[in-house]
Design a protein around this ligand. Structure first.
Ligand code: CTP
Length: 415
């Protein structure tokens, strides 16, 4: 489901070369269901025309305080009163400096000063301008005054230099705006998430792993961050970028084996919630070969089957260990076990029965079941949430949508 339905966003555009990306930004915001009202500075119109923005948004673009189309000629008041947020992208060094001082010499700056809604600023400028003390002072003051900074990113700049100051890509900006509007159900909570598979080495080139893309666990880490939590993501080997990476707020630890994941988790137990989403290999190979096992080597050839005999040992059950720790650590709400543990059961059949049994066996309050292997690696999933007294089915939807619903359900239990 689009995340910005019924949201009215004023998209402010100031005069930087990144303004050409504002057209795509407006389109993506609208795709998420937002109504986008564009306001442009005079300099912005040197880079992109109001006609382009008007054609994309379907609304007249405003560029002047003296625009007679607005009732009472009070554009700065009228426009901001009905908005859910003002998003300025790109926000130039000049604009940030003006806003930090409360200057209001055109419609966009006046609107920001007269607003009664949140202000999100997406800086874009040359790296020296970004690093200049004057700009950094402006940014610090604006953040202290309650504005939200999105970015900037680092990379090649229009001027040919490389460094910090690039505007975030439109899709990243939209992700941050959607995150900004999520209810802060886990404000002040610490959340630990394991995600992805583990990899158990057989020799330096071979190993055993589980089918897991990590997408569901990463979506839960993102949804927890969006809900205001402090998030630690412990990830097995998977190629996914850290969610909302440009915000840099998820602390990520990469591990390979089940043992490594166990060690990383047991060092991070000072948390309120534990989502055990990782598909941990149940077995490991205790003494992996130091050299590649050759197909025709003596160890292999001596066996009748001409295949190596591999001995497995059990991996620790991470979730069960955390649940035991939590039971002994009754520092949660009303002296309940802390962290509150949520397990995941990927099953190929009898989902409800297996997931319920697993919940009891592991000694956790909540188990979330999903039917594999069709959903492995997919962007969609469907879940069954099972606790002691009830079960709730979350129908097929994008993993981030399901993660947000799960966070909502879990937050209720913590309240
Ligand atoms: N889990 C874990 N450590 C393990 C195995 C599983 O923490 N060594 C966690 C998973 O992260 C998941 C839950 O336990 O939250 C259930 O995992 P699953 O693989 O479905 O269950 P198993 O206990 O391995 O049981 P089985 O393989 O028999 O289905």
């Amino acid at each position: 489901m689009p995340s910005l339905i019924n949201k009215k966003i004023i998209l402010g555009i100031s005069g930087g070369i990144a303004a050409y990306k504002s057209a795509e930004l407006a389109r993506l915001l609208m795709q998420e269901g937002a109504t986008v009202q564009v306001v442009m500075s005079a300099a912005a119109q040197q880079f992109i025309t109001p006609v382009t923005m008007q054609a994309l948004t379907g609304l007249p673009v405003f560029t002047s305080q003296w625009d007679a189309r607005i009732d009472n000629n009070m554009a700065h008041i009228e426009l901001s009163r009905t908005a859910d947020a003002i998003l300025v992208a790109p926000a130039t060094a000049d604009l940030l400096a003006k806003l930090s001082l409360g200057l209001a010499d055109d419609l966009l700056t006046t609107l920001c000063l007269a607003r009664n809604c949140p202000l999100l600023l997406v800086p874009a400028m040359n790296l020296q301008m970004w690093e200049h003390q004057a700009t950094q002072r402006s940014v610090q003051r604006l953040v202290e005054d309650g504005s939200t900074m999105l970015g900037p990113a680092s990379g090649i700049q229009a001027c040919g230099e490389t460094g910090a100051g690039r505007m975030l890509e439109p899709a990243e900006i939209v992700e941050h705006v959607c995150a900004f509007f999520q209810p802060k159900l886990l404000q002040g909570k610490r959340v630990l998430v394991t995600a992805g598979p583990t990899f158990e080495a057989i020799d330096p080139v071979r190993g055993m792993t589980n089918r897991s893309s990590g997408k569901m666990g990463f979506a839960i880490a993102q949804a927890a961050l969006e809900a205001g939590a402090q998030v630690h993501l412990i990830a097995g080997p998977c190629a996914l970028p850290t969610p909302l990476e440009s915000g840099g707020q998820i602390y990520r630890t990469n591990v390979t084996s089940g043992q490594e994941m166990y060690a990383a988790v047991m060092q991070s137990l000072d948390c309120d919630l534990f989502f055990s989403v990782a598909a941990v290999a149940d077995w490991t190979i205790p003494n992996p070969a130091k050299e590649k096992i050759k197909r025709h080597s003596a160890t292999v050839a001596s066996k009748k089957s001409s295949a190596p005999q591999i001995h497995f040992a059990a991996n620790p059950d991470i979730l069960q260990s955390v649940a035991q720790f939590a039971k002994a650590n009754k520092t949660g709400p009303n002296k309940s076990p802390r962290p509150y543990c949520v397990g995941f059961a990927a099953e190929t059949s009898n989902l409800e029965q297996h997931a319920s049994e697993k919940r009891q066996r592991k000694g956790i309050p909540l188990m979330v079941g999903n039917i594999g292997p069709d959903t492995f690696g997919d962007d969609l999933n469907q879940l069954l949430i099972i606790d002691e007294n009830s079960k709730q089915h979350l129908p097929r939807a994008p993993k981030l949508t399901l993660a947000r619903l799960l966070i909502k359900a879990v937050a209720k239990k913590l309240a």
